[in-house]
Ligand binder design. Structure first.
Ligand code: ATP
Length: 228
């Protein structure tokens, strides 16, 4: 595959090893995401989607296997470099928005940029632009509790893209929304992803949404296979 942004090779992960509660979640999972590609990851509940996304996004480590981001083997990097990669090159969206309740929508998008060393003025301008693109610029000064579920999730998309990552990892990004809202919010996410040329790995139970992506992968029995 030409110019992969994310390469997962032979990932293995076992929780509670050598105990009666041992769960072998990943058993040699391989996955490659090309630049600009949007891939659906479909899997039964409990099969390890979140585990795989956490490892891909450097939030958790694998027992074996390799994670390469933009061609760099993450296992060979220092902790500091891995933290910077997670902050600057990977965006996350979860089923629940995880916005900071005491900050406004705009501030929630500004904060990760300040943490990355962007000036306040630039961070605000970028945040306003992102919120405009997902159609909620008029909600910029609202706190999360004053936003609908769909609006909260749109803010979470903007936050994930705030630092201009190369890769978006999304774990059931519209799984918490009613079907109609899920549809429009998902369309907003896809537009944002396509406009920015992002590569995205999006876990979903929703086969209709999965069918709108470039490729569908399945996670079953700890390995990745093609198709539904
Ligand atoms: N930290 C942990 N300690 C022990 N077991 C865990 C841990 N995290 C996940 N598991 C177990 O590993 C398996 C895979 O979990 P994971 O959350 O990755 O699944 P999932 O496919 O994302 O599920 P869902 O679609 O229901 O969110 C589950 O059986 C889960 O209980």
């Amino acid at each position: 595959m030409s110019d992969p942004v994310l390469e997962l090779t032979g990932l293995e992960k076992t929780f509670n090893p050598d105990t009666p509660g041992e769960i072998r979640v990943l058993r040699g999972a391989d996955l490659t995401l090309a630049r600009g590609e949007v891939v659906a990851l479909v899997a039964p509940s409990g099969s390890g989607k979140s585990t795989l996304l956490h490892i891909a996004g450097l939030l958790d480590g694998a027992d074996a296997g390799q994670v390469k981001i933009n061609g760099r083997d993450m296992g060979a990097q220092s902790d500091r470099r891995r933290t910077e990669t997670r902050r600057d090159e990977v965006g996350f969206v979860y089923q629940f928005h995880h916005l900071l309740p005491e900050f406004t929508a705009l501030e929630n998008v500004v904060l990760p940029q300040l943490a990355a060393g962007v000036s306040d003025r630039k961070a605000r301008a970028r945040s306003e632009e992102l919120l405009t693109r997902v159609g909620i610029a008029d909600r910029a000064s609202h706190r999360p509790a004053e936003l609908s579920g769909g609006e909260q999730q749109r803010v979470a998309f903007c936050r994930a893209l705030a630092n201009g990552p190369a890769i978006l990892l999304a774990d059931e990004p519209t799984g918490n929304l009613d079907p109609t809202t899920s549809d429009t919010v998902f369309a907003a996410l896809m537009e944002l992803v396509r406009d920015t040329g992002l590569s995205a790995l999006i876990a979903t139970h929703n086969l209709e949404l999965a069918a709108r992506m470039d490729r569908v992968l399945r996670l079953d029995d700890g390995v990745i296979t093609n198709g539904l």
